[in-house]
Design a protein around this ligand. Structure first.
Ligand SMILES: Nc1ncnc2c1ncn2[C@@H]1O[C@H](COP(=O)(O)OP(=O)(O)OP(=O)(O)O)[C@@H](O)[C@H]1O
Ligand SMILES: [Mg+2]
Length: 337
């Protein structure tokens, strides 16, 4: 075997993605990933037997450098980009790049823009509709004018909340790789958030209790974001988990090994298993009408999830229909992990 063959093999083998060298019509080198995808014994075989898609075969055999997006090699439907480069006369180098992650990120972006536009268009249409009536009909009775005015104000407020939450979400995402630095007592942060929430509690009769040991290991965190996290969880418990008179909301903190755990517990209607995995998605609501009427944007738990990720923590939502919901956030203790 000539030296350059050896170099060629070690280079192709060193690639994680499937890669082949084809001389004429023969597969002269196939790295382990390519053998896994196309068959263990493809080396030395005719490329026309290993690759059966006519379009792909034509692309490879043309020998012209270029990329082709195809699906259906190996796993059903997995998208690949096939990159062909000419090496020598009659020799081509073929790489297969898995595009699944790329495409799902692209799909998420498209879905997100569509959802955000839809969420904003609904209140905007209401604002426009009422504003047009107010502008075009000077003879409206004063109480109708007042009602329409209030609707315009409420719907515009809703749009502002959506925009503020989206901005907040993108700020948290932008800081994803910036480690938070403040040394904080999570119990005190939770206490402050509860004090804020009780202002917003309005007519809700639920008591909120907090149970935190006097000395809790400190965590490294972003105070503003962690207040926002508790604020969202306590607001959800008040909004959705506080139907029965006398039901109480518990906030519990404890040290668990090298971590600090905080749980917000309510005894409300719970979330069914079908909805549970989706509640942290942006704009996902179990009961759209109820969330809307209480001013929800459907972004609260998405914000919580991103704050937890930025703090290298984990989030668990346990819920039982008719029993209640427990949301637990676990963060690494400072100096511990
Ligand atoms: N404690 C809970 N009990 C029952 N359902 C809940 C609870 N917390 C959240 N949910 C459900 O999950 C959905 C998503 O919650 P999330 O906090 O993301 O949005 P939201 O409360 O509708 O709006 P926002 O928090 O942005 O004002 C809610 O609409 C609600 O249906
Ligand atoms: Mg919420």
């Amino acid at each position: 075997m000539a030296d350059h063959d050896l170099n060629q093999r070690s280079l192709v083998d060193a690639l994680d993605e499937p890669a082949l060298v084809i001389e004429g019509l023969t597969i002269s080198v196939a790295n382990p990933a390519a053998r896994e995808l196309l068959g263990q014994s493809i080396e030395g075989r005719d490329i026309r037997l290993a690759v059966r898609q006519p379009e792909l075969l034509e692309h490879i055999l043309s020998g012209h450098p270029g990329d082709l997006d195809v699906a259906g090699i190996g796993d059903f439907g997995r998208p690949w980009r096939v990159a062909v480069r000419a090496l020598d006369l009659g020799t081509v180098f073929v790489r297969l790049i898995d595009r699944s992650d790329n495409l799902s990120a692209e799909k998420m972006r498209v879905d997100f823009v569509a959802n955000a536009s839809h969420e904003l268009r609904t209140p905007l249409s209401a604002v426009l509709g009422y504003a047009e009536t107010l502008a075009d009909d000077p003879g409206l009775p004063p109480e109708t004018i007042a009602t329409f005015g209030r609707t315009v104000r409420d719907e515009a407020g809703r749009m502002l909340r959506i925009v503020e939450d989206l901005m907040s979400l993108s700020r948290i995402e932008a800081d994803r790789f910036v480690a938070p630095e403040e040394l904080l007592d999570l119990g005190k942060v939770a206490q402050d958030a509860i004090a804020n929430a009780s202002v917003a509690r309005g007519k809700k009769k639920c008591d909120i209790t907090i149970d935190a040991p006097k000395t809790l290991p400190k965590v490294r965190g972003d105070r503003g974001q962690l207040v926002q996290l508790f604020d969202n969880l306590v607001s959800n418990a008040l909004r959705y988990g506080c139907d029965k008179p006398g039901a109480c909301i518990e906030v519990k903190l404890k040290a668990a090994g090298s971590r600090v755990e905080a749980s917000v517990i309510d005894h409300g209607p719970g979330i069914s298993r079908a909805h549970l995995p989706r509640v942290t998605e942006r704009f996902y609501r179990v009961d759209e009408a109820r969330s809307r009427e209480s001013g929800g944007t459907g972004l609260g738990l998405a914000i919580v999830k991103h704050i937890v990720e930025r703090h290298r923590g984990s989030l668990a939502i346990d819920s039982k229909v008719g029993v209640g919901t427990t949301v637990t956030v676990s963060l690494p203790a400072a100096g511990g992990a």
